[in-house]
Ligand binder design. Structure first.
Ligand code: NDP
Length: 285
């Protein structure tokens, strides 16, 4: 199965636009071996970056993937590329900050695709800058997407994941929560992003302890700098600081994180990868 990669916008790029600047790296090598055949995955934030690459990887492994985000045109285009490579998807336009839309996205996936084996809680936003005089609305957005969205999708999905772990041939299901290095290490200038990602880590570990003996694995992935659109939502002065910080660093590609997620969800039933911290080699902290 070969997948044609869609150009990605690097948030370190000079322009920092969202119109698809090529980051020069392949999203997948298309080596899918069908290890997820017969399973259904739901990926939030599938319209760009890590979510798009992850949906592509999981589909290449044979999963049918529900693509969830707000930008339907981007989801449609991804669905067409995955379909052209022989994969199956369901496009679900939804704003996960609204718990009703998050629940609908999960229910529609189960209704139309028959089951749910894998939830990748990836949708997120990173709005940096000092706490003092920060626009309060930025904090509300981060809490709504990074926390409320992840909680709403998890809440709706867990009964289906528990059922899949019980009934499916694989007898295992997965929740993969995308945190960040920022979920392990607080920095001056990223206080509320740190808060949300530390929260994702705490929730993930608690949930892991609750459901792991029922064979729902909960995994936390903590990337360092990845070339995506993520930074492009920041105020111009913050983008300038980010450019300066990462100017000389070779960042991860979204496909690097997608490969990690693919590895996690294709482990045998008795193996649970609880946590992965993955930085660009040149990233010190
Ligand atoms: P992108 O900005 O490329 O992707 C973010 C995705 O989230 C988009 O698909 C966007 O889709 C979706 N999203 C945002 N708001 C909503 C919403 N309300 N409802 C549904 N979907 C939403 O960034 P990344 O791929 O980099 O980010 C993915 C995750 O990785 C985030 O959780 C981020 O915190 C984390 N991360 C990223 C790092 C990086 O350096 N890039 C480092 C560490 C962690 P749409 O706008 O169409 O709704």
């Amino acid at each position: 199965m070969s997948i044609v990669p869609e150009p990605q916008t690097g948030w370190y790029d000079e322009a920092m636009t969202q119109d698809g600047t090529q980051d020069g790296k392949e999203q997948t090598d298309g080596r899918g071996t069908g290890r997820l055949a017969g399973t259904v995955a739901l990926v939030t934030g599938a319209s760009s970056g890590i979510g798009e690459a992850t949906a592509t990887s999981l589909a290449a492994e044979g999963a049918t993937v529900a693509l969830v985000a707000r930008r339907k045109d981007r989801l449609d285009s991804l669905a067409a590329r995955i379909g052209a490579a022989g994969g199956r998807t369901l496009v679900v336009e939804a704003d996960v900050t609204d718990p009703a839309q998050a629940a609908d996205a999960v229910e529609r996936t189960v209704r139309e695709l028959g089951r749910l084996d894998t939830l990748v809680n990836n949708a997120g936003v990173m709005l940096l800058g000092p706490v003092v005089d920060a626009p309060f609305e930025e904090w509300e957005r981060m809490i709504a997407i990074n926390l409320t969205g992840l909680l709403a999708c998890s809440h709706a999905a867990l009964p289906h994941l528990l059922a899949a772990a019980e009934d499916s041939p694989r007898q295992v299901a997965d929740v993969v929560n995308i945190s960040s290095v920022a979920g392990r290490q607080a920095r001056n200038g990223s206080g509320v992003y740190n808060l949300t990602k530390h929260g994702v880590g705490a929730f993930s570990e608690s949930l892991r302890q609750e459901v792991t003996q029922r064979h729902v694995r909960v995994s936390l992935v903590e990337p360092g700098a990845v070339a995506t659109e993520l930074g492009g939502h920041n105020r111009p002065e913050i983008q300038e600081q980010m450019r300066a910080r990462f100017a000389d660093m070779e960042r991860l590609a979204a496909s690097d994180i997608a490969e990690t997620i693919e590895f996690i969800v294709t482990r045998p039933r008795h193996v649970a990868i609880n946590e992965v911290l993955i930085r660009p080699t040149e990233q010190v902290a």
